[in-house]
Design a binder for this molecule. Structure first.
Ligand code: NAD
Ligand code: MG
Length: 389
């Protein structure tokens, strides 16, 4: 018999539970009565302890081993909850057989090894954390195949494409069309003086700081093109980006016969998170259907590559292949941190990344995890020392 509520028997491990995706995931879990087994976080340990209490979890993991004592103290009233910490504990939790579903909601390349651990344990891996796919997409997808893991996209665009592709043949696809809101600077012509506060003010989505800045530079869309390339095994030359300011159409697939299929929904990450948890079923949950009459119109524009060069740079890195996407991602992570610390200007983010890619992408690295981590570290250190002209 088909069990459309099977998600209620698949305890979750949420990696990065205190962040924007993590909190939305726990809200979906509460609405759908999905048990939560393990939670992990890097900072905000009080919030982590509170989540553990509310969701009745079995285990919490802090990313830094030195925080275990403090976290244990915060959960002194919950002696049955296992408390651990450090990089190895994070990977162990991601691979634990008690959690058949892992949601990857860590931000950045820090999620690479836990993502791999989840994949190598052959479970359902709901992927929000896109940077590991950009860094090591070949490795992750090959390991998923080898270990029988199911990769379920959480990123709204990729969830949309995943849904449009269900029951269709790969050979019938002509293009993937990723929609982009255009971010807070879509209509601002001179970006040389924009502030951190303006960049953090996204018009449609409420998200963590890093992805919000990535949305302002369109770096997020560049990362998503590479993410889509790996998740759907489609060449980047067949992945287009369309600016759609309302963020109602989450992405589209163009088929050979001229039909265009789209998925629509409110700009609320709980919808794609929920589908990754309940797949292949669409169950009732916390988010309502958008009201098309209230929205009234849907607009589309071409991205402005002059003001937002990150998009073409990402495509270039994907086409270079090898270590270039690793450099691209790592340089961005450091550049975003430096922008948030008001150490470099907004426009310097993409300048710095472009220079890092030029300087480092021909370096001799292979495809192993060790090589990827070494290239990542080299690019981070390069961009930390980089000075804008
Ligand atoms: P966030 O900054 O709000 O949360 C990040 C989480 O990761 C926190 O729980 C934090 O404690 C943890 N973390 C941070 N650094 C860590 C480290 N070094 N080691 C272990 N854990 C660490 O981020 P977010 O906005 O929730 O985004 C998470 C991921 O999901 C990102 O890769 C982002 O691109 C992707 N994503 C987010 C959204 C969104 O709406 N927020 C949408 C699509 C995709
Ligand atoms: Mg997205």
């Amino acid at each position: 018999m088909i069990d459309r509520d099977a998600h209620q028997h698949r305890p979750l491990c949420v990696l990065g539970s205190t962040g924007s995706i993590g909190v939305s995931t726990l809200d979906v879990a509460r609405h759908l009565s999905i048990p939560v087994h393990t939670l992990t976080a890097h900072t905000r340990l009080e919030a982590l302890a509170e989540q553990a209490r509310v969701h009745g979890v079995q285990r919490v993991v802090c990313a830094r081993g030195e925080d275990v004592g403090r976290l244990r103290g915060l959960l002194a009233d919950q002696p049955h909850i296992e408390v651990c910490g450090g990089a190895a504990a994070l990977c162990e939790a991601a691979g634990d057989e008690h959690c058949p579903t892992v949601v990857t909601a860590i931000v950045g390349g820090a999620g690479l090894e836990p993502t791999l651990a989840a994949v190598r344990s052959g479970k359902r891996v709901a992927i929000a954390n896109k940077e590991p796919l950009v860094m090591a997409g070949e490795l992750i997808t090959a390991e998923a195949m080898h270990y029988g893991a199911t990769l379920l996209p959480v990123d709204s665009e990729h969830s949309a494409i995943f849904q449009c592709l269900e029951h269709h043949r790969q050979s019938d696809i002509s293009q993937l069309l990723l929609t982009a809101s255009g971010g807070p600077f879509r209509t601002i012509h001179n970006l040389s003086q924009v502030t951190v506060e303006q960049a953090l003010n996204h018009p449609n989505w409420s998200m963590g700081a890093k992805i919000t800045i990535d949305s302002a530079t369109l770096m997020n869309k560049a990362l998503e093109v590479i993410e889509a390339h790996h998740l759907f095994a489609i060449d980047v030359s067949r992945i287009e980006v369309v600016v759609h300011p309302q963020s109602i159409i989450h992405s589209l697939v163009a088929f050979a016969d001229g039909s265009l299929m789209a998925q629509l929904g409110a700009p609320d990450m709980r919808t794609p998170i929920q589908y990754a948890l309940t797949w292949p079923y669409h169950r009732s949950g916390p988010v309502a259907c958008p009201d098309l009459l209230a929205i009234a119109r849907l607009d589309f524009e071409t991205p402005d590559h002059k003001r937002f060069p990150a998009l073409e740079l990402g495509r270039h890195c994907a086409q270079l292949g090898g270590i270039a996407p690793v450099i691209f991602n790592a340089a961005n992570e450091v550049a975003v941190e430096r922008f948030l610390a008001q150490d470099i200007r907004f426009v310097d983010i993409t300048h710095g990344i472009a220079e890092a890619v030029d300087a480092l992408s021909s370096a001799k690295y292979g495809h192993s995890l060790e090589d990827i981590l070494a290239a990542d570290a080299e690019a981070r250190s390069w961009l930390t020392g980089w000075q804008p002209r």
